[in-house]
Design a protein around this ligand. Structure first.
Ligand SMILES: *[C@@H]1O[C@H](CO)[C@@H](O)[C@H](O)[C@H]1NC(C)=O
Ligand SMILES: *[C@@H]1O[C@H](CO)[C@@H](O)[C@H](O)[C@H]1NC(C)=O
Ligand SMILES: *[C@@H]1O[C@H](CO)[C@@H](O)[C@H](O)[C@H]1NC(C)=O
Ligand SMILES: *[C@@H]1O[C@H](CO)[C@@H](O)[C@H](O)[C@H]1NC(C)=O
Ligand SMILES: *[C@@H]1O[C@H](CO)[C@@H](O)[C@H](O)[C@H]1NC(C)=O
Ligand SMILES: *[C@@H]1O[C@H](CO)[C@@H](O)[C@H](O)[C@H]1NC(C)=O
Ligand SMILES: *[C@@H]1O[C@H](CO)[C@@H](O)[C@H](O)[C@H]1NC(C)=O
Ligand SMILES: *[C@@H]1O[C@H](CO)[C@@H](O)[C@H](O)[C@H]1NC(C)=O
Ligand SMILES: *[C@@H]1O[C@H](CO)[C@@H](O)[C@H](O)[C@H]1NC(C)=O
Length: 399
């Protein structure tokens, strides 16, 4: 072969390599990193090692957890930034945490940090929380110092998505997302028994752009809990319950909290939940704001307190009472809300005397009560003058 020919050959070869690598993302199978998949051995280190290779390798890359059952000891730290988009594909796989709390030195089981364009597809992440729930002494969903581990902790994971991911029996919260701008969750399943403890579904905060659609959540605490600094949140086509509903807050307990702004909640069914729509703020609190909330096409099936603005939130009486909350709630619309309340007071607006609720629209609401006390459902109102549009049953804040 002459020189020219072999150069031509080499160039053709380079093009072929470029073509292949463009069309076939580098897939790192955790089995090539020593994962056994026997459900007993610790495959956590293999997951971390596969992550490091995929994350550091040419993009787009993919970490594959093939079908099977894996036990993964904490901490599972999956840290970016990566070279480019990255996928974790656990379709058909179950990854189990050790049941013993003693195995945990961190407040999470799996942490994903500083990653952009992550796609998580499939898989069941099983926190095996049954033992931990019995040891949970956290006073109020973790507002005190509370060491139980979150199953999936996302911090600064941006422009990312989770699809068909299941979180089961977390020891504490199922998922938390902080600083995760532009994140989309679709067909996510959250499950833990009603008698588990503090198993909030998804906690979010300090992010802009969070969408969750077509998901089912059965748990013990909030299905979705919206914390300070949450902006542009869309929650759509969700089944929630048992659980504690979709809550905003608690807010106002700490200084310098960022506003909660732009929350759209549409087509949600609450079944046997403690609350449906709730905002909770502490009295004697720091200033804050909650605004631009849109809540529509909601079905309540025997929710204990379907609609509840609680600006005197003070669990365990561990705050001084008597001073009004300084968190301002404004620009709220509640539209097309139907169903049943397990207690008589179906609409409760306990707004702050120090920062009355403003510009609240109630449109087409029908909540009925059929419990032991008998009689129709009622409303309770303080420091609010809602604008009523269409039929609102029970009558809200009659004068
Ligand atoms: C995920 O992995 C499974 C094999 O475990 C494969 O069949 C499937 O195509 C993968 N999905 C994606 C989106 O890569
Ligand atoms: C992760 O991102 C945060 C916020 O952008 C930044 O403060 C931190 O230094 C980053 N950490 C790493 C390890 O890159
Ligand atoms: C996310 O994507 C948007 C739009 O593509 C881009 O403007 C933004 O910089 C990205 N953010 C991060 C943190 O990657
Ligand atoms: C969330 O949904 C809204 C409304 O459908 C859309 O405008 C926005 O781009 C979506 N954001 C993400 C991160 O998917
Ligand atoms: C409402 O959400 C449920 C799932 O919770 C879905 O089956 C139904 O199609 C949705 N309805 C509309 C009008 O999108
Ligand atoms: C605090 O005061 C409010 C209004 O007076 C009252 O409704 C609420 O029950 C009190 N909370 C506690 C914990 O005492
Ligand atoms: C509430 O809506 C009004 C009128 O649309 C607007 O002027 C005001 O800025 C909004 N308030 C907040 C806190 O977003
Ligand atoms: C409604 O919920 C209450 C508890 O909050 C329960 O005692 C009652 O049996 C439930 N009713 C129905 C019809 O499910
Ligand atoms: C409210 O719902 C109840 C039970 O479904 C129904 O009987 C009643 O007619 C409804 N009221 C209005 C005003 O739509």
């Amino acid at each position: 072969m002459d020189t020219e020919n072999s150069i031509r050959q080499a160039i053709r070869c380079l093009f072929l390599i470029a073509f292949i690598s463009r069309n076939h993302a580098a897939v790192v199978n955790i089995k090539t990193k020593g994962a056994k998949g026997d459900g007993i051995s610790d495959d956590g280190k293999a997951i971390v090692s596969a992550w490091k290779e995929a994350c550091g390798g040419p993009a787009p890359s993919s970490l594959l957890i093939p079908p099977g059952t894996y036990k993964a000891f904490p901490p599972i730290d999956l840290i970016g930034p990566c070279k480019g988009p990255i996928t974790i594909n656990a379709t058909g796989a179950t990854v189990k945490a050790p049941p013993e709390l003693e195995k945990f030195t961190t407040t999470y089981w799996i942490a994903i940090r500083n990653v952009s364009k992550l796609t998580m597809i499939g898989g069941t992440y099983d926190g095996q929380g049954q033992q931990a729930w019995k040891k949970n002494l956290c006073p109020d969903g973790g507002t005190g110092s509370c060491p139980l581990p979150v199953s999936l902790q996302f911090t600064y994971v941006t422009n990312s998505s989770l699809e068909h991911v299941t979180s089961a029996d977390s020891k504490f919260f199922h998922m938390s997302l902080v600083g995760c701008d532009n994140t989309r969750l679709d067909h996510v399943t959250i499950k833990a028994p009603a008698n588990s403890v503090n198993t909030d579904g998804i906690q979010i905060g300090l992010l802009s752009g969070f969408n969750i659609t077509n998901s089912i959540m059965t748990t013990n605490d909030d299905c979705i809990s919206i914390g300070q600094g949450s902006k542009n949140v869309n929650i759509k086509n969700i089944m929630c319950g048992p659980g504690d509903g979709i809550g905003i807050g608690s807010l106002g307990r700490h200084a310098n909290e960022k506003p909660v702004q732009g929350i759209w909640i549409k087509n949600v069914t609450f079944t046997g939940t403690e609350h449906g729509f709730r905002i909770k703020t502490w009295p004697t609190s720091f200033p804050g704001s909650v605004s631009d909330l849109h809540y529509e096409d909601i079905i309540m099936k025997n929710a204990t307190y379907p609609i509840f603005i609680d600006q005197n939130y003070c669990p365990m009486n561990n705050c001084k009472n008597g001073t009004a909350s300084k968190v301002k709630i404004s620009n709220v619309s509640l539209r097309n809300i139907k169903g049943t309340s397990a207690t008589k007071v179906a609409l409760k607006f306990d707004c702050s005397a120090g920062a009355p609720c403003e510009n609240v629209n109630l449109n087409d609401i029908n909540l009925t009560y059929k419990g032991p006390e008998g009689g129709p459902a009622t409303s309770q109102c303080a420091n609010i003058k809602p604008k009523v549009i269409g039929q609102v049953v029970p009558p809200a804040c009659p004068h």
